[in-house]
Design a protein. Structure first.
Length: 206
């Protein structure tokens, strides 16, 4: 069914019902996951993919910028569908200090982002570029893209203020769609952070 302005995916909170929908399960399969694997990270990826697809941004001639992509399969998926992607992640030395390299969550090369074989290898090298960048200090050349996304990265920027500043920086960009998926907590702000961290869900903002 073709999307209309009224039916387009909007900002929302992770839900089992949405992840079990046919649209999300189809995306999960394309992302190399098995169907009915219910995990909030898969929901994030499916949400981002569905929102961009509905808006006609995953096709030839469209360009996207991903932040803190790590080894998530989104860049490979988007390139396989025709989009051109600039994927970014932390500088290797900083990522190593923070444990992202040891836990295999850092994008060390283009190959690491297409390890599931979602996109043809040669096609992926043509359509995707990898650039190291600090989300708190974004280079001026990372500006002209039609969509921007990050999956659960804002909470790693050092503070809530840094995450908010990152979001606000992009509201004045030329991007048509901004997609960020930060975690949210159901606990009151008076609850100690160590306790709040044990019960968090993911939200997506468009």
């Amino acid at each position: 069914m073709e999307s209309t302005p009224e039916t387009l995916l909007r900002s929302g909170i992770c839900s089992q019902q949405q992840l079990e929908s046919k649209e999300f399960q189809d995306w999960a399969e394309l992302l190399g996951e098995y169907r009915n694997h219910l995990h909030r990270k898969i929901w994030e990826w499916c949400f981002v993919a569905q929102a961009l697809f509905e808006r006609g941004l995953l096709e030839s001639g469209k360009s996207g910028l991903g932040f803190a992509v790590g080894q998530e399969p989104l860049s490979a998926l988007f390139c396989s569908l025709g989009a051109s992607i600039c994927a970014t992640d932390l500088f290797p030395d900083v990522a190593k200090q923070r444990g992202w390299v040891e836990s295999n969550q850092h994008a060390s090369s283009l190959e690491s982002m297409n390890s599931r074989g979602i996109c043809d290898r040669n096609l992926f090298r043509q359509r995707c570029s990898l650039q190291f960048a600090d989300m708190n200090h974004i280079p001026d050349d990372l500006r002209e893209f039609e969509f921007v996304w990050s999956s659960c990265a804002l909470e790693h920027l050092g503070s809530l203020e840094h995450g908010f500043s990152f979001e606000m920086r992009w509201t004045v960009s030329s991007a048509e769609v901004l997609l960020f998926t930060p975690p949210i907590s159901t606990f009151p702000q008076t609850t100690p952070p160590s306790a709040r961290a044990k019960r968090c869900f993911t939200a997506a903002g468009i």
